[in-house]
Design a protein around this ligand. Structure first.
Ligand code: ZN
Length: 361
């Protein structure tokens, strides 16, 4: 397999501001900091694995590309705030000076990743970007996200390449509410989100949200209980994700890839290891191979600077079908944690989602 990688040092320059402006909260930087993603890039470099990847150059998304999903007013507002030192794009989505430039570069990087795989230049691509995108809505940013990178990559695939059937697999620990909203009434995009139950946003991501109108049956939420680990995620893929993606016959698959379901993440309350992320990537790669569907992986969250790099390396190794020779120094600690096996209350949720799939079919 030939695998492309997009990274630009400016992604590390995005400033997510303070975690809270509460008068009694001593100022503290937001948990979306550059280190986790920059250290993944560093690990790829240090291990020499970048030599086996095809570099893809990021470029800013154009106004027209941003407005394929976002409202012109919202795009203009972010640009204006950015020119005057930064501000708040919405709920928990602060940015600093030049935030517009970095966020449009992240969106453009995902579009370029889509372009590289859909033009047949490479088999699959990993867009290692900041800020993330899956919470962003048409007219506001949310949850560290300014522009909806995945949605914009998909709209590029449709507008430029005429791709009709696209599947999104979002394993970030938070619900992919922005991606869901973009395609909720759309049967051309199957959106699947596995996330921690009622975490963020707390009022979206329920199993009952299955799409509306023509999109009914094309949105799948799998709200997993806190504490879910390797066994639960693999069961979710075997019972729900793979059958749903396979039945959809996608021409293109996008993974919204967060590492905040990893055991040591400061935000998520899950137990995944690098081997979980490797296995999930393998399931998607295997499903994609049946349809000749290229895969684009877009970086979402993941806030452990020490562990996210090893999770990312595992995903990229699996995409490329090669090993770097680098061992994950922490997987032994996390793999033996109590609760890594599928638990009955986790199985109940997965079975409910699988049952809904059977009914829909
Ligand atoms: Zn997240």
């Amino acid at each position: 397999m030939t695998t492309g990688l997009v990274w630009d040092e400016r992604f590390a320059w995005h400033d997510a501001g303070l975690a809270s402006t509460h008068p009694w909260a001593e100022p503290y930087p937001a948990l979306d900091r550059p280190e986790a993603k920059r250290r993944l890039w560093s690990l790829l470099q240090a291990s020499g694995f970048t030599d086996r990847l095809v570099p893809i150059k990021a470029r800013p998304a154009s106004e027209e590309e941003l407005c394929r999903f976002h409202t012109p007013d919202y795009v203009a507002r972010i640009r204006r705030l950015s020119e005057t030192g930064g501000g708040e794009a919405g709920e928990n989505a602060r940015f600093g000076p030049n935030g517009f430039a970095v966020a449009s570069l992240a969106a453009g990087a995902c579009i370029e990743g889509a372009e590289a795989v859909l033009s047949g230049r490479i088999d699959n691509a990993y867009a290692l970007v900041r800020p993330c995108g899956h919470h962003a809505e048409a007219d506001r940013g949310r949850g560290f996200c300014l522009f909806a990178n995945v949605v914009l990559a998909i709209e590029h695939a449709r507008a430029v390449h005429g791709v009709r059937r696209i599947a999104v697999v979002d394993w970030d620990v938070h619900h992919g509410n922005g991606t869901e909203a973009a395609f909720y009434a759309d049967s051309g995009v199957l959106t699947i989100s596995l996330h921690q139950d009622r975490y963020y946003p707390a009022d979206t991501g329920g199993i009952e949200a299955i799409g509306t109108g023509a999109g009914r049956g094309f949105n799948i939420n799998l709200p997993l209980p806190p504490g879910s680990g390797h066994g639960a995620y693999l069961a979710a893929f075997e019972r729900v994700v793979v059958p749903a993606v396979s039945a959809f016959h996608p021409e293109f698959i996008v993974i919204a890839c967060g590492y905040d379901a990893a055991a040591s993440d400061p935000l998520g309350r899950m137990l995944c290891t690098s081997e979980t992320f490797r296995a999930m990537t393998g399931y998607v790669r295997e499903a994609a191979s049946h349809f000749g569907a290229p895969i684009l992986v877009c970086q979402e969250g993941g806030y452990s600077p020490t562990y996210a790099p090893f999770c990312g390396l595992a995903v990229i190794e699996e995409l490329a079908g090669q090993r770097s020779g680098v061992d994950d120094p922490l997987v032994g600690w996390y793999a033996v944690l109590g609760g890594q096996d599928l638990q009955p209350h986790q199985k109940a949720v997965i079975e409910l989602a699988a049952e809904r799939l059977r009914v829909a079919a």
